[in-house]
Design a protein around this ligand. Structure first.
Ligand code: SF4
Length: 527
């Protein structure tokens, strides 16, 4: 046995490799990016694990499903909101089932450190009727990946492993095992199972429903769901919340505790706990998934159930040891590090010299002729242009949403309808709304900020940059004379403003590509 010090994300990646992985798929997104990168780096040169970023999470999921169809083990990883993009393929893969093991590692971001919401992916696992593991620490990240691949092949279902930011991005020692061999290529021949025509889908959905008692039995018997009955006060601690709980109690505590890390929710174990206690605190880093279920099943038994829904734990935000301590009604710890009141605030900002700064300066000046102009933005470094001094963008909702929203505003008569989107986000979710806008002849101005990389998540490869980007835009039907390319530099400022003004004055769909390489990408290339 060897030991390595690993991030939670890296432990997930290594567990997958040691489980006999043949392919890793994903789209970069904090806090999940390091899963893919770890597998890519650890297997580089061996040639036996396919590792190539996908254009978006749906494509990644479908590629992983195809590898599973061929009989090999596939890992698909993404952040929580990425699962919204992949949801169509994800939900239906529970109905087709799998052949080779298929594991979805999804990293949630309670507290929204770098996300638009704090949705809890356990709800998606419940929704799709598939098993879910929620590791408590980095060792379990590793171990549960191996178990998840085995379970996926035993049940012929995709299996989810759910992480949260704090686990994904913290390190601990992990004991590793001997790597397993990869599966041989053995494509499925079960055509009906994989062809979800209604007549086949009804049969497959029935199979999925028939598997549910077995999923529940596995969770009830799981070594990961540990019940320890003691006093009349009870605690359910899910995933990483168990660590926060243990940080606050000593070995001699007399609380009755159910520590949960495998779903579906084991109602039998919860029943035993509820029948034993008068008061039950539920600790979850995410939505009150278990708390609501417990209240629904046992809320009328006279047991006081507490948690996020009753205010002992804040309804929103990331869980932490201090919040758990307060919910346990323990006196606060004297804090080790007091924040210094003299520290200046440091809001996130674009890098000094970033090409986006020059693009938005030019755009702001070109738009200054309009009264209160609003720019629909997308997700990337350029979203930071929302802050002073630029204050150049005024929305950020979902990957690719800038173009669709600007088009919708144009339908309503809003002028000027301007969207700002990065080159990678454009390939992720911007091509289809542009195609739609061109077909409708919408008066829309799309600024594509082509910095040649996925800057925000660590300069991963962009799928649509340079000539490839130009060809896609022309292929979508944008008139060649209204595809303008500018180089955003201070020296080009006046010329760039003029080009933007010309396109704003034209009644049709224009695309202005602001092309200059991300400084971080240049640094990485040089180093
Ligand atoms: S990483 Fe690149 S794109 Fe992002 S702010 Fe820095 S220079 Fe600009």
């Amino acid at each position: 046995m060897q030991r390595e010090v690993l991030l939670g994300d890296e432990a997930v990646g290594l567990g997958a490799i040691h489980a006999g992985l043949s392919g890793v798929y994903g789209y970069p997104g904090t806090p999940s990016t390091e899963i893919f990168e770890f597998v890519e780096q650890r297997t580089a040169g061996s040639g036996d694990v396919h590792a190539f970023w996908s254009t978006n999470e749906k494509v990644a999921y479908e590629e992983a499903l195809g590898m599973s169809w061929a009989g090999k083990r596939a890992l698909v990883c993404m952040k929580h909101v990425g699962l919204n993009v992949a949801a169509d393929a994800f939900m239906n893969s529970a109905v087709t089932g799998t052949n080779g093991g298929l594991v979805l590692a999804v990293a949630d971001d309670p507290g929204m450190h770098s996300s638009q919401n704090e949705q809890d992916s356990r709800v998606y696992a419940q929704f799709a009727l598939i098993p879910c593991f929620e590791p408590r620490d980095q060792q379990e990240c590793y171990d549960m990946m191996i178990e998840a691949f085995d379970l996926s092949e035993e049940l012929a279902l995709p299996v989810m492993v759910r992480l949260v930011t704090r686990l994904a991005h913290s390190r601990s020692g992990v004991a590793t095992r001997e790597p397993r061999p990869q599966n041989a290529l053995h494509p499925t021949r079960e055509i009906r199972k994989w062809t979800l025509l209604p007549s086949n889908a009804r049969v497959q959905y029935r199979h999925l429903i028939d598997k549910q008692p077995e999923l529940l039995r596995r969770a009830e018997d799981s070594v990961h769901n540990r019940l320890n009955l003691a006093g009349r006060r009870g605690v359910i601690a899910c995933g990483i919340a168990n660590n926060y709980f243990l940080e606050n109690v000593d070995d001699g505590h007399d609380l009755s505790v159910l520590s949960l890390a495998q779903y579906p929710v084991p109602a039998g174990r919860i029943r035993r706990l509820v029948e034993h206690v008068d008061d039950l605190l539920v600790l979850e880093d995410g939505y009150p998934v278990v708390e609501n279920m417990v209240r629904g099943l046992f809320g009328l038994n006279g047991v006081r159930i507490r948690g996020r829904m009753t205010g002992e734990v804040p309804r929103t935000g990331e869980l932490n040891p201090d919040l758990v301590r307060s919910a346990l009604e323990l006196p606060p710890h004297p804090t080790a590090h007091q924040p210094s009141p003299s520290l200046a605030g440091r809001p996130p900002a674009l890098c000094k010299g970033c090409p986006h700064t020059d693009t938005f300066r030019a755009l702001n000046e070109a738009l200054s002729e309009f009264e209160n102009p609003q720019v629909f933005s997308d997700i990337g470094c350029y979203t930071l242009a929302a802050f002073p001094p630029l204050e150049a963008i005024h929305s950020c909702v979902a990957m690719g949403a800038s173009i669709g929203m600007a088009a919708g505003a144009a339908h309503a008569g809003y002028r000027p309808a301007v969207a700002a989107i990065g080159d990678s986000t454009f390939s992720h979710g911007g091509i289809t709304p542009l195609l739609s806008a061109v077909q409708q002849g919408v008066n829309l101005k799309v600024i594509v900020l082509d910095n040649g990389t996925v800057g925000m998540t660590g300069t991963q490869r962009s799928m649509s940059t340079g000539d490839a980007l130009d060809h896609i835009i022309l292929g979508a039907g944008v008139a060649p004379e209204h595809l303008r390319i500018i180089e955003p530099t201070p020296a080009n400022h006046a010329a760039n403003v003029q080009i933007l003004r010309d396109e704003l004055a034209w009644d049709g769909t224009s695309v202005i590509i602001a092309r200059r390489t991300c400084l971080e990408a240049i640094k990485r290339k040089v180093s």
